[in-house]
Design a binder for this molecule. Sequence first.
Ligand SMILES: [Zn+2]
Length: 217
Amino acid sequence: MKIHILLGAPGSGKGTQAKRLVQKRSLIHLSTGDILRDAVSKGTEIGLRAKALMASGKLVDDDTVNGLVFARLQNESGDVLFDGYPRTLQQAESLETFLSSQGISLGFVIDIFVPESVLEARVVDRMVCSNNDCGAIYHLVTKRPHQEGVCDVCHSPLKHRADDCSEAFRSRMVEFNKTFQPLQAHYKGRPNYRSVDGNLAPDAIHATILDLFQEQA
Ligand SMILES: [Zn+2]
């Protein structure tokens, strides 16, 4: 059993790459959100604690997240890809302690790097269909609608989401970097850390990541 970790900012395409990689390499895809929902629906003790925290509008703390993840890992036997975990330095450190106690080795830490200016353009140039039942997403540069301002699917008008502006993006990035940068620094320089150029087309990123796994095999 090996644990691989995928790192990347929101909008880096991490989720898409995770899905493609797990299919190709038969990995078990574990995202914190899925683990959380699973534990809540099974009504485990720690799941109930997480549910109570969420119900009161609080963030689920590191110890609870770690507990959920470790309980889940004990029920898995194949190689795992984490997507969105660890999110903080504390989670990363606890994960390492747990892995060494279980004799599980850390595989790749793949960091999908996209410059902030590119992430910002992805957000600011995004248009969404105003029909909530449709929700199609467009991009003024990379995925233009056939007719300007009109959804290809349902012909409703397109709009900008309020959160898709530079100011909101920048304040989200400031918050994100506060926890991400110490996490990234923790993994950088490790022999199994790989930074992947997230500015390439999704197919090229996928191929680059697969190559890493080929090298190792
Ligand atoms: Zn539409």
